[in-house]
Design a protein around this ligand. Structure first.
Ligand code: GLA
Length: 766
């Protein structure tokens, strides 16, 4: 709900309020963001900034001696009028001037929010959200700035964006147009970012803000595994479950920059937007440039509270089309099973095994096209390799369908190898500067997606492929970072526009394909999670979380991802051991227990498994399917993160909670009680608590397991540990679980090796 009263703007969601006002000099001053408040007469005097004297800073003008831009909490900031913090908007006019000063003109409130066609934007109906647009104008030049705020009530999210319009007669260069500025009154904040690299995406890092600016950015052309655009400001005392937390994310898949600055007067400024370091956008007379949208939330219930807001927002207002709120199929993926080494016989054999275990989607990954037998060739030539698949894709797909599975295909459309027919025909479509040898990654080059002809070629080629082979799922990969920016596209007026326009080209292309194939499930991938962001989720229903499928590594990767993205979007696979990326051997059941907290898949050669492993997998898939809506669409919570990692996910109706309990490293003579605490339990209810039945066959336990167990050389029964317990005990005291000691094994011993784990089902009694 949005309320405007005499230049006071109050934006409410179910649990939050956001307040700003137009001050006497015409600037938008931020007043409050936090727990929802209702205003009564007299409150304004309490709330308004008293503008304490900030010495040695310019006043806005002789008329407003007490207004020092440097110490205002502002909704938008520019350069040149005495605010020396990082600005939200920067533009250059008349060959070098950068002073701009936006003051209030008018505002408008409308119901609902539509996404523009071909754009990565959030959407919501009139009963879900309200849109406020505030128009400002430079005090001298005919340049206007529109700030848009959309309140999404149920998810406690405020969507923000900005658009600059050049109504002068000359062009401008826009150097910075952030999507959101949030100025907070004090500096008692920790900044949390999600950083990493290939194979270790989204590791959460937390640090106390100090005077100066902390920058979280990507400059590689993708939102990146290095620094995801998701950031939080949290009170130093905030935990997963308690305390004040502000979350911010950007709906954009390219170069981004988040800046958190503590000013000399102890105010905190948060900015997010397209990365300004590489931006120089030529804005013609009469033209408008609109920023991507940013997503803001506040929670008084710690990080879990904020993540819950984001998860609901993504499922309701970002994901779209047929797969919105729809359960995602369990897949088998050929990549780690076969890599490039397969033929039709091998594929069909794998498919038969997969179908018999309950798999629902067969994904043919890299290696199926042209003469692709390694990563040196064929990207760009999207037709089946006649040696590997002589009967053709359509026939393969028919046979997969006949087994009762969906047929999925890997493609990497944005790329080309030099060794390809496409490159021979169109060498000019590749990003490469004349006279410079282009940088290369995985022997591949990037196609110029800013060009209409490139996009229409890709659209035609891919639509033919999807139609002819009756493809039900696409894994859209992107395996290199940008370099050697260059384009012959005349619509790109300056290379400082290129990266942004590339991302827009990608959205346009995928948007058209989705419209033509509305039932296809689209999965995004970029060497794992290099492009796991909200922009991609406007076009892709789910994303491959990481190429690292090691269960232990996945704990941190999936946990980091869960801060901003719901489990339904996170594709997670069980792979073979020793793990391809870490060489670690973890138990098969632990690999499943971790992968189940997302969209489940298998990525190993099922035909090479023994009977016990196959039975275990069949049981895993059956279990997952019975609780799939909870795993994918339940409310995910991070509970413990140390040597023991504990997550849980609660069903929408709150009847069931599934808990992951994962032990990284076992210790000898460990004689402390392991306690299963379930903070989400309802005190008024009684619950049945039992572990999922796991296979404890000797062959499936790793080498650390006691000799007594190996000696039996047969499957062991799971410990018999079933409790009927009140919600209060679960929530506050917890269950003291049986020991994990192996010396005196009995039917209640929890056999736990390194990377041992359990999944507990906590069910309300009828
Ligand atoms: C990337 C993906 C993998 C796989 C390979 C195929 O690395 O992240 O899942 O598809 O490409 O080359």
């Amino acid at each position: 709900m949005i309320n405007v009263q005499r230049h006071l703007f109050k934006l409410d969601t179910t649990n939050t309020s956001y307040i700003f006002h137009v001050d006497e000099s015409g600037h938008l001053e931020h007043v409050y963001y936090g727990h929802r408040i209702e205003l009564a007469d007299g409150d304004w005097d309490a709330l308004r900034d008293k503008h304490p004297a900030a010495h040695d800073c310019p006043s806005y003008s002789e008329d407003f001696p007490e207004i020092k831009m440097e110490n205002l909490a502002l909704e938008v900031s520019t350069e040149g009028k005495g605010d020396y913090r990082v600005p939200m908007v920067q533009a250059e006019y008349n060959g070098g001037y950068t002073t701009l000063d936006f003051v209030y003109q008018h505002s408008q409130i409308t119901k609902g929010k539509q996404a523009e066609a071909g754009k990565a934007q959030a959407y919501g109906s009139a009963d879900q959200c309200t849109t406020l647009t505030v128009t400002l104008k430079d005090t001298v030049l005919d340049i206007s700035l529109t700030l848009t705020y959309v309140t999404f009530d149920a998810s406690d999210v405020i969507l923000r964006s900005a658009a600059i319009t050049n109504k002068t007669e000359h062009h401008l260069y826009v150097h910075k147009l952030d999507s959101l500025q949030l100025d907070l009154e004090d500096d008692r904040w920790d900044l949390v970012t999600f950083d990493g690299a290939w194979g270790r995406e989204k590791q959460a890092h937390r640090r106390r803000l100090a005077p100066g600016t902390h920058v979280n950015e990507s400059r590689s052309g993708v939102s990146s595994a290095d620094h995801n655009p998701l950031v939080f400001l949290a009170r130093p005392e905030a935990t997963q479950r308690h305390g004040e937390v502000i979350g911010c994310n950007l709906i954009f898949s390219g170069n981004h920059k988040e800046e958190a600055e503590v000013s000399p007067f102890g105010k905190t400024r948060l900015l997010t937007g397209v990365n300004s370091s590489l931006l120089r956008w030529k804005l013609a007379a009469g033209a408008t440039l609109a920023s991507p949208e940013a997503v803001l939330t506040w929670s008084g219930e710690g990080f879990n509270g904020a993540s819950d807001h984001f998860a609901r927002f993504v499922n309701d207002h970002i994901i779209r089309g047929t797969w919105k709120w729809r359960e995602r199929p369990v897949q088998i993926n050929t990549w780690e099973a076969f890599r490039f080494d397969f033929d039709e016989g091998k594929l069909l054999n794998l498919a038969r095994h997969a179908a018999s275990l309950g798999v629902e989607l067969f994904v043919l990954d890299d290696g199926w096209f042209a003469s692709r037998n390694d990563d040196t060739s064929s990207l760009g030539d999207w037709y089946a390799n006649p040696q590997k698949i002589p009967s053709g894709l359509a026939s393969l797909s028919t046979r997969i369908h006949a087994m009762g599975m969906m047929f999925g295909l890997w493609v990497e459309p944005e790329m080309v190898n030099r060794q390809s027919q496409l490159y021979l025909k169109h060498p000019d479509w590749v990003l490469a500067l004349p006279r410079r040898v282009p940088a290369v990654q995985r022997h591949q080059y990037i196609l110029d997606l800013t060009r209409d002809d490139v996009r229409s070629y890709l659209y035609d080629t891919l639509s033919r492929l999807l139609k002819d082979a009756e493809v039900n799922y696409v894994k859209w990969d992107m395996n290199r970072l940008f370099s050697d920016l260059y384009t012959e596209n005349e619509q790109v007026k300056h290379m400082g526009e290129f990266s942004w326009r590339y991302v827009d080209g990608l959205y346009d292309l995928v948007g058209k394909l989705r419209a033509a194939f509305p039932n296809v499930l689209f999965e995004g991938c970029s060497s794992g999670g290099q492009r796991y962001d909200l922009g991609m989720l406007c076009c892709f229903d789910q994303i491959w979380t990481s190429d690292n499928t090691d269960a232990r590594s996945r704990l941190a990767i999936q946990e980091g991802t869960s801060y901003g993205y719901p489990p339904s979007t996170m594709d997670c696979h069980v792979s073979a051991v020793p793990n391809n990326q870490t060489l670690r051997t973890t138990p098969l059941e632990s690999r499943f227990n971790v992968a189940a907290f997302g969209t489940l898949g298998y990525e190993l050669d099922l035909t090479a498994l023994g009977r016990e492993e196959r039975e275990a997998i069949a049981a895993q898939i059956e279990f997952y399917k019975t609780l799939r809506s909870t795993f994918q669409y339940g409310t995910f919570h991070r509970q413990q993160d140390g040597n023991v990692v504990q997550w849980d996910v609660q069903s929408q109706d709150k009847e069931t909670i599934i808990v992951l309990w994962y032990l990284k490293e076992n210790q000898a003579n460990y004689a402390q009680n392991d306690i299963l605490l379930v903070p989400e339990a309802d005190e008024r209810a009684v619950y049945d608590v039992f572990p999922r039945q796991q296979y404890l066959a000797p062959t499936m336990l790793d080498g650390h397991t006691a000799r007594t167990i190996h000696a039996k050389r047969e499957s062991l029964p799971m410990e018999c540990e079933h409790y009927t317990v009140s919600g209060g005990v679960l929530k506050y005291a917890g269950i003291k679980l049986h020991g994990r000691c192996l010396k005196d094994y009995d039917a209640q011993t929890r056999i736990m090796s390194d990377d041992g784990s359990r999944m507990y089902v906590v069910k309300k009694r009828g």
